[in-house]
Design a protein around this ligand. Structure first.
Ligand SMILES: Cc1cc2nc3c(=O)[nH]c(=O)nc-3n(C[C@H](O)[C@H](O)[C@H](O)COP(=O)(O)OP(=O)(O)OC[C@H]3O[C@@H](n4cnc5c(N)ncnc54)[C@H](O)[C@@H]3O)c2cc1C
Length: 390
């Protein structure tokens, strides 16, 4: 079930197979999860979208072309990703606090408890939950409704810290996304929308699992919400002009090219790839970098340390890197660790896709307030293009 490498060809094939179901059928059936062996009612494109082997705009436009107004539910869901991304970009403290918690004594104590061990080993005895643990580990994927119910059981029934559940998801999901994952877990725990938690019920799980599960003993009352100080809201950086100096194209798993990097006007002298993450993602990153280097007619160098990057830059004869915008999260932290290591400065230029540049600043409040920007996103001439091109 778990692919060895993710490719754009797989994504396009999956999109074309799913497209007939992206209209009213999606709006009607998307909450029903018939299980991993069935085709189901959702696209399962998230690992490809997450690593930008395909752009959200490609999904949204294909669905609109196929179904017109009936695609609006699918397009909304696709846009949730941009909403969560923008929300976290403007509130990086949420991510920093979550990472700090994972290193805390409190987290260590919870991790050594039997409830946590039983949860991550899928032996809680709770119908559905234990099966979802195996499914998540085996496939790297869970249906949205299973994720919601899983998180609810974790937080409200097992009374485990939401942060440890979010980390468990991030460790196994092939679409593991720092924004969608962290913020969805917080939403379930009652930290996103004041006064709202997501409390899974036996009936909802029975319906949404197409009758496969009927768990009993679920919490009827939510776990207490630990009130936090509101995270400071930061201003998003303005567009950086693309460098005129010869540059090395930096490929990371944050953006594996989607419908192109629009490099025609860029003086690219080499390709470097930060190869990290789960095996299928690392394989996809290396493969995309290799293909790009062939297309540009240059060399590719893979790196995961400062020494390897230094060697690549020496061989390409420049200290300028050009990449797609690296949002808040693990890749950004890994690259920062490499760049901030002692040595001569390396210049990093980040270009933001127009889809993100338009969507992210609109994620200031709730999704309801964000929705009007969807029309604007759908009307962009080249949503996969980059902001501030020369
Ligand atoms: C607790 C929890 C954790 C989650 N963690 C992640 C995560 O790490 N990575 C992730 O991509 N999504 C996450 N989601 C959101 C959602 O569950 C998945 O995006 C969705 O299940 C992916 O399946 P699909 O591709 O079949 O979606 P489809 O329904 O076919 O939707 C198409 C695309 O739209 C986007 N999308 C759909 N629903 C959402 C949503 N609610 N939030 C954000 N994007 C959405 C995805 O890119 C998806 O591929 C999480 C949800 C919950 C409740």
């Amino acid at each position: 079930m778990r692919p060895e490498a993710l490719t754009r060809a797989q994504a396009l094939e999956r999109l074309s197979a799913f497209l007939p179901r992206a209209g009213s059928a999606y709006a009607r059936e998307r909450n029903i999860d018939p299980g991993p062996e069935e085709t189901g009612h959702v696209s399962r494109l998230s690992p490809y979208v997450r690593h930008r082997l395909i752009g959200e705009w490609e999904l949204a436009r294909a669905a609109e072309k196929a179904h017109g107004a009936a695609a609006s539910k699918f397009i909304d869901e696709v846009c949730w990703r941009a909403y969560w991304r923008g929300y976290l970009e403007m509130r990086p403290a949420i991510w920093a606090r979550y990472m700090d918690y994972l290193l805390s004594d409190e987290a260590e104590t919870a991790r050594s408890g039997e409830t946590y061990r039983a949860a991550i080993e899928g032996r809680t005895g709770i119908d559905a939950f234990d099966v979802w643990v195996s499914e998540l580990i085996a496939t790297g994927y869970l249906h949205n409704h299973a994720r919601m119910s899983f998180a609810s059981i974790w937080v409200h029934t097992l009374r485990l810290p939401w942060q440890l559940g979010a980390a468990f998801f991030l460790e196994h999901l092939l679409d593991g996304d720092e924004a969608a994952n962290t913020l969805s877990w917080r939403w379930v725990a009652g930290l996103h929308t004041p006064g709202k938690v997501y409390l899974a019920s036996t009936e909802a799980i029975a319906t949404c699992s197409a009758g496969r599960f009927r768990p009993t003993g679920l919490a009827r009352n939510p776990a207490p919400v630990v009130i936090e100080p509101p995270p400071p809201v930061v201003t998003l950086p303005t567009a950086q002009p693309a460098p005129r100096a010869p540059s090395v194209l930096l490929v990371t798993s944050e953006d594996l090219g989607a419908d192109g990097f629009r490099l025609a006007e860029q003086p690219i002298v080499g390709v470097a790839a930060l190869v990290t993450g789960k095996a299928p993602v690392a394989a996809a990153t290396a493969s995309v970098a290799q293909t790009l280097a062939q297309q540009i007619g240059t060399e590719v160098r893979l790196f995961s340390s400062r020494a390897e990057l230094e060697s690549a830059l020496r061989s390409f004869g420049t200290r300028t890197l050009l990449t797609s915008r690296l949002p808040v999260g693990l890749t950004r932290a890994e690259l920062n660790a490499v760049l901030n290591d002692t040595g001569e400065p390396i210049h990093l230029f980040e270009r933001t896709r127009l889809w993100d540049a338009v969507a992210w600043p609109a994620a200031a409040r709730g999704f309801f307030a964000f929705r009007p920007v969807i029309l604007h996103l759908m009307a962009l001439t080249d949503p996969g293009g980059f902001q501030g091109r020369p």
